[in-house]
Design a protein around this ligand. Structure first.
Ligand code: BEZ
Length: 386
């Protein structure tokens, strides 16, 4: 081949490559949002979605320099539909990333689909231990917490004042793991959990459990129920006259629902990785932007959604939006340090957040931070072999 033809051929290859790259960068990233928009966790799903979309809007509607197309699906917090729903997003809609969900059982099934298909998944709430434990995978991350984390923090807090406690929870992964975390923290602080009372998810027949609690008379109680049901729980607890006799601790029990819970929630102590009005420059900006966009102050679920989008953006920017470079995307997220409204956010080897847990007291419509109960809490994840 003459020098002329060789140069011409190289020029064609370069220009085809360049136009492929520019075509690829104007082609939208497909974001699969598998969240509940019905049932007891509907509000939590909306808050996560709002947080995610706020971050994307702040980036001019782009992630990793590419426009974003959302494909949203109501998972109904129903584990029996999770496999079909996740497969619809991955195989039919060919999403680039799975974002979801709230319910631990649904998220665990999503994670199986994500693993089998090597699809990036970022969990913006569900705390199921196995997702970053025995089932951990290079392509699965969490922007939220493991169920053990907030429960453990609450146990440490309750043990500062009480020697005995009873736990109340929904009988599914999140409830079981949350009370396990509480028990561990409470026992570490010298306390003893007398018994675990539970009811099926998403039941709200709390009266028989509260009657048992009153009979057992522990020094304190810890509860894990969430979403719309937590409004009823807190009101039932106060109406049963237990609020003053058996101090109640929780993690999520007042999150996003204080207006509906009213006086029944006043003074309740909770432990989470976010608090209303947390003081740091990122949160100042986030609170202002979120409130402007949605007309309400953000809560922990909005933060987790916002950070899921930040995490994906970090991964995509590392490969200039080239979604085929999967391993590089995963590595970039794994080693990232996210400037989160909750404070700096990094990830453990199992891809679970390493984060501070705050003590919050319910005052009016706010869960106000009073202290940090544990700094840089890492989920031990002994079963994760990454
Ligand atoms: C869960 O199922 O993991 C969960 C649901 C709501 C709040 C916290 C955890």
């Amino acid at each position: 081949m003459s020098k002329f033809f060789l140069r011409a051929a190289v020029a064609v290859v370069i220009s085809v490559g360049a136009s492929w790259a520019s075509a690829q960068s104007s082609y939208p990233i497909k974001v699969g949002l598998m969240l509940p928009s019905s049932g007891t966790f509907a509000n939590l799903g909306k808050d996560v979605m709002d947080g995610f979309k706020l971050y994307v809007t702040e980036q001019g509607g782009k992630l990793g320099g590419r426009p974003v197309e959302y494909i949203a699906l109501d998972d109904e917090s129903d584990p029996s539909k999770a496999n079909e729903n996740a497969n619809k997003l991955v195989k039919r809609d060919k999403v680039d990333v799975l974002i979801g969900t709230i319910h631990s059982g649904v998220a665990a099934t999503m994670a199986k689909v994500a693993r089998e298909t090597n699809t990036l998944m970022i969990v913006p709430n569900a705390g199921a231990g196995e997702i970053t434990g025995s089932m951990c995978a290079p392509n699965v991350f969490r922007s939220s917490f493991s169920n053990w984390q907030p429960g453990y923090a609450a146990g440490l807090l309750a043990a500062k004042k009480h020697k005995t406690a009873v736990t109340i929870s929904w009988k599914y992964a999140a409830g079981n793991e949350s009370v396990k975390g509480f028990r561990e923290g409470f026992e570490k602080g010298g306390g003893k959990v007398l018994t675990d009372l539970n009811l099926p998810f998403p039941g709200v027949e709390f009266q028989p459990l509260l009657a048992q609690l009153a009979t057992i008379k522990p020094e304190a109680a810890y509860v894990f129920v969430a979403g719309a049901a937590q409004v009823k729980f807190v009101k039932d607890y106060a109406a049963a006259g237990l609020k003053t006799s058996i101090p109640l601790y929780g993690a999520f029990i007042t999150e996003g629902t204080l207006a509906a819970q009213g006086d029944a929630a006043a003074g309740l102590l909770t432990t989470l990785h976010y608090a209303d009005g947390l003081k740091n420059p990122k949160n100042d900006k986030f609170m202002a932007a979120y409130t402007k966009a949605y007309g309400a102050a953000p809560n922990v679920f909005g933060v987790q959604g916002y950070d899921a989008a930040q995490m994906y953006d970090v991964g995509l920017k590392a490969v200039k939006g080239d979604t085929k470079k999967k391993a590089e995307i995963y590595k970039a997220i794994e080693i990232s340090k996210i400037d989160s409204p909750r404070g700096p956010l990094t990830f453990s080897k199992s891809h679970n957040p390493i984060q501070d847990f705050y003590v919050r007291v319910a005052r009016g419509n706010q869960n106000v931070m009073t202290d940090t109960i544990v700094k840089g809490l890492v989920d031990p994840s002994p079963d994760c072999k990454l």
